[in-house]
Design a protein around this ligand. Structure first.
Ligand SMILES: Nc1ncnc2c1ncn2[C@@H]1O[C@H](COP(=O)(O)OP(=O)(O)OP(=O)(O)O)[C@@H](O)[C@H]1O
Length: 312
């Protein structure tokens, strides 16, 4: 689909209303979930068993809800599952790749499954593998790939039919820190440069905060919070100061000036008390001849908000 056509997609990416899923064993995986999600990079977070996978299966039209409404890209996945799947790419969490196929063959096969003619499928597979950084390795057997490369093949097959929405289930699962950073950068690039909306399922709030525009948090099948990340990470009324040495000395000086500094990690935090405070703190640092590393107004981290919510 062209960029223009993509831009004309209704502003609603996913909408649910009183969505409920009860499994035959009596477990209620989703309970009257009502949420509207705008296009962009969206984090879907929740602990194990929160209902994330159930929601994804319903969004893909693979599982019918017990009651309630759901729309994906303006379509009803219950009545129109095939059309939804034609416009949505899905990267499952677990390893589901055939080890004895080469990546180019497998991704071409997935493109064929989504209805593309042979030559186009081959072309699109090469392109998708190039986007995920596997072009040079595309004729190697998947069984010999590292975990990071396997995750990239799963991403390539989700991208191959040029979807408008990608559903990624725990894309950084099993990766080391460097592999995680690379995968998050790739997901962010897909969301920003290709103009594809992405829903990233994760139990790691820090990851979601780094790359997502908005966040949907669910717990026990219920909506905990849905908001833009920028609205959640507002500035606080706390000043964070970090000096290369003499933290204790600085804390004592600021206390003698009437502030209430608290040592936290490698630095100090103190409640902001008026505009003049910045200059007073800077003067104290200069007076004590300490090397200043950082002085800024702290922002909320998304994880802090959830911790605060859990404590009330
Ligand atoms: N097919 C099923 N039959 C019965 N119960 C199920 C089924 N699938 C999931 N559940 C239950 O529904 C609840 C939600 O599970 P779901 O897999 O959607 O959560 P999740 O947030 O994706 O968790 P995880 O991160 O562990 O995959 C859990 O209590 C789970 O045991």
């Amino acid at each position: 689909m062209t960029q223009i056509a993509r831009e004309s997609i209704a502003t609603e990416l996913i909408a649910t209303e009183a969505l409920t899923k009860r499994y035959p064993n009596g477990v209620t995986a989703l309970s009257a979930l009502t949420v509207d999600v705008e296009p962009g990079i969206v984090g879907l977070v929740g602990a194990n068993g929160a209902g994330k996978s159930t929601l994804i299966k319903i969004l893909l039209g693979l599982l019918p809800p017990t009651s309630g409404q759901v729309r994906v890209l303006g379509l009803d996945p219950v009545a129109d599952g095939e059309r939804v799947r034609g416009r949505v790419g899905y990267m499952p969490e677990h390893d589901c790749l055939p080890p004895d196929l080469v990546a180019a063959e497998f991704v071409t096969h997935m493109a064929r499954m989504s209805g593309l003619p042979r030559a186009t499928a081959r072309e699109r597979a090469s392109e998708a593998l190039r986007h995920v950084g596997l072009y040079e390795e595309r004729y190697r057997q998947i069984g010999g790939y590292s975990t990071g490369m396997k995750q990239r093949v799963k991403l390539a097959q989700a991208l191959v039919h040029d979807p408008d929405l990608l559903l990624l289930d725990e894309p950084t699962n099993g990766l080391d820190p460097a592999g995680r950073d690379a995968m998050l950068a790739l997901v962010h690039r897909i969301g920003t440069e290709f103009g594809i909306s992405v829903v990233v399922c994760s139990h790691l709030l820090g990851e979601v905060e780094r790359i997502c525009d908005s966040l949907v948090a669910i717990d026990g099948g219920k909506l905990l919070r849905s908001d833009r990340i920028s609205a959640m990470t507002t500035t606080t009324d706390v000043l964070a100061v970090e000096v290369g040495e003499g933290t204790q000395e600085l804390a004592a000086r600021l206390a003698s000036l009437g502030f209430c500094p608290r040592i936290e990690g490698r630095g100090l935090v103190l409640p902001i008390a008026g505009d003049a405070m910045y200059d007073i703190v800077l003067d104290a640092i200069a007076d004590l001849e300490l090397p200043l590393h950082r002085l800024d107004q702290r922002r909320h981290r998304v994880a802090d908000l959830f911790r605060e919510a859990a404590n009330v």
